[in-house]
Design a protein around this ligand. Structure first.
Ligand code: ATP
Length: 284
């Protein structure tokens, strides 16, 4: 198998009525088997990249390779592609199609034309995996946004994709369900699925990902291991992204140690102040 599961080569995409291209001469490779984090400012093209990746949009020019082969845009190839590349939208309202949770989860399986017993088995498994037993028979419109988000992830995972794309997966989730999602992502990855998620939460990306991609104005700016990417503090600050809190605090502590060596005398209030400033990127 190729080292790269998905590859964009010189891809361009513009929205009608928008003079600025959303994706510009983009060369981007997603390594097979990794947990990848995609970061970048609002409007840098992350969502457009996802929509191109699973064939919902077609590039103006350039080529997208899935497992080494150019994506084909006929209906049959696209149906197959969207089973292999699962996309979880940032806003679950854009994903859910049925009126009842259980029906929504089985919807994609029905479209694949699987036998009823297989549809029922996989649907029940997804309901259990994503802790949706209590919601299974509820109308979708009664669910909170966070609950809808969990259903939308189950909708995609029930299809057993080889590449899972998640746009801001922790948006709308409370701390408990965020930590459950992180556990599920570990399991999904351990079962052999490559994951690429877009997030504005640098601390999450730093601790979770083993490969990081940075986009700006429709182009790839940096890629590599989290350690290698977050070393480029100058570039990340120029893009107004900053660095993860852990890195910023370690640098603070080193700077204090280098000047007067008096780290121990930082009291809790001073430490809290530094964490606040660093987590909001107020300190350069
Ligand atoms: P965010 O972090 O805010 O979710 P993003 O990185 O996902 O942003 P995109 O949503 O891909 O960015 O947007 C890329 C560019 O394309 C932006 O300049 C945006 O204004 C533009 N754009 C996105 N959707 C449309 C649309 N439907 N019509 C016109 N322009 C669009």
């Amino acid at each position: 198998m190729s080292e790269w599961i998905l590859e964009f080569v010189n891809v361009n995409y513009s929205y009608p009525c928008n003079l600025q291209p959303a994706i510009q001469s983009l060369d981007l490779k997603v390594p097979a088997g990794k947990k990848c984090g995609l970061i970048g400012q609002n409007g840098c093209g992350k969502t457009t990249f996802f929509l191109l990746a699973n064939g919902l949009y077609r590039p103006k020019d350039g080529t997208i390779y899935w497992q080494g082969n150019p994506i084909q845009y006929d209906r049959r190839s696209l149906t197959q592609l969207r089973q292999q590349i699962g996309l979880v939208f940032q806003n679950p309202e854009h994903q859910l199609v049925a009126s009842i949770v259980e029906e929504d989860i089985s919807y994609g399986l029905c479209n694949l034309g699987l036998p009823e017993s297989e549809i029922a088995r996989r649907t029940q498994q997804a309901i259990a995996d994503f802790d949706l037993q209590e919601l299974a028979h509820q109308p979708i419109h009664n669910l909170s946004l966070g609950q809808k988000k969990r259903v939308s992830i189950a909708d995609v995972m029930v299809l057993q994709p080889q590449l899972l794309l998640l746009d801001e997966p922790t948006a709308y989730l409370d701390p408990r369900h965020t930590s459950e999602l992180i556990g599920q992502l570990h399991q999904i990855h351990a079962s052999g699925t490559t994951i690429l998620l877009a997030s504005h939460d640098l601390d999450f990306v730093y601790s979770w990902a083993d490969w990081v991609l940075v986009m700006d104005r429709g182009q790839l700016i940096l890629e590599g291991t989290p350690e290698a990417v977050f070393e480029h503090r100058d570039i990340l600050e120029e893009l107004q992204l900053g660095v993860p809190l852990a890195i910023a605090l370690i640098e603070d502590i080193k700077a204090i140690a280098a000047t007067n060596g008096d780290i121990i005398s930082l009291n809790l209030e001073q430490l809290k102040q530094r964490i606040f400033l660093r987590s909001n990127n107020y300190v350069g």
